[in-house]
Ligand binder design. Structure first.
Ligand code: NDP
Length: 253
């Protein structure tokens, strides 16, 4: 794995917590620090902490951490074209930033929660891809990992918007992979089941009790379990694409 990752430039959205943060750690470790990471999210201080911690552990690592809100669509292309020279030629895009907001029926869920999910999970992910793909096409090489969800396969009442957003991720990924079939650009989709992150805290707008209740009596995965799967997918031979992966805790129905 370390050889295949050597000196690669990896951009991660939503790297400030959960699966995004764990993925940054997993790439750093799998590459033995011989890698360049572009860490993005809205919370710059969390990115700075992650960057410090990785630099301490892997002195050879190169990190560019920067605020990037994927819902500010007009800012995405300038962000990509304005990357420092050492980080400009991206090899891997991890479209991880995403969220569920609320758990409520259609008609009751707030308009801002609907907007928040669609703008982040769908339009954010598509606009990131739109901005990065010309770099991949120019060199006929690159990998895109889209983080979907079990919710995009197995919908549930009260989750209509989130489920629809993740189904959109699935079909965007699937279609894009077919569009790029005669290129050396791979599209991977990883769909997690329950993972213990800040996900539920965000979902319930900071209500820790409601967030904890989601996991009561269950054994969710750690973010690192998903990160391992992402790095596994990226480090396969060029002729292999792990196109869709559903990753559950073994106890989840
Ligand atoms: P977290 O809430 O811990 O992480 C979400 C990340 O997305 C944070 O780093 C957050 O950073 C970032 N983010 C949110 N909004 C934006 C934005 N507008 N622009 C840029 N970054 C943003 O949750 P997870 O790690 O669990 O979630 C990661 C992905 O996994 C999501 O796509 C989620 O839908 C998916 N997933 C999670 C599951 C779970 O059980 N945890 C199950 C299935 C899928 P910041 O706030 O700093 O911007």
């Amino acid at each position: 794995a370390a050889e295949r990752l050597a000196n690669k430039i990896i951009l991660i959205t939503g790297a400030s917590s959960g699966i995004g943060e764990a993925t940054a750690r997993e790439f750093a470790s799998a590459a033995n620090g011989n890698i360049r990471l572009i860490l993005t999210a809205r919370r710059k201080e969390k990115l700075a902490q992650l960057s410090d911690s990785l630099t301490k552990e892997f002195p050879t690592i190169k990190i560019h951490s920067a605020k990037l809100d994927v819902t500010e669509h007009d800012g995405i292309k300038p962000f990509i074209s304005g990357l420092p020279k050492d980080f400009a030629d991206i090899d891997v895009l991890i479209n991880n930033a995403g969220k569920a907001l609320g758990k409520a029926s259609v008609g009751e869920i707030s308009d801002s929660d609907i907007q928040g999910m669609m703008q982040t999970n769908v339009l954010g992910l598509i606009n990131m891809t739109q901005a990065v793909i010309p770099i991949f096409k120019a060199k006929n090489s690159g990998d895109i990992v889209n983080i979907g969800s079990i919710a995009g396969r197995d919908p549930y009442p009260g989750g209509s918007i989130y489920c629809a957003s993740k189904a959109a991720v699935k079909f965007f990924s699937h279609s894009l992979r077919k569009e790029l079939i005669n290129t050396r650009i791979r599209v991977l989709e990883v769909d997690p089941g329950a993972v213990l992150t800040e996900f539920s805290l965000v979902r319930f707008h900071g209500d820790q009790g409601a967030a904890d209740a989601v996991y009561e009596g269950t054994q969710p995965l750690d973010a690192s379990d998903i990160a391992e799967v992402i790095v596994f997918g990226i480090t396969r031979k060029q002729n292999t694409v792990i196109a869709e992966t559903l990753v559950f805790p073994s106890h989840q129905a």
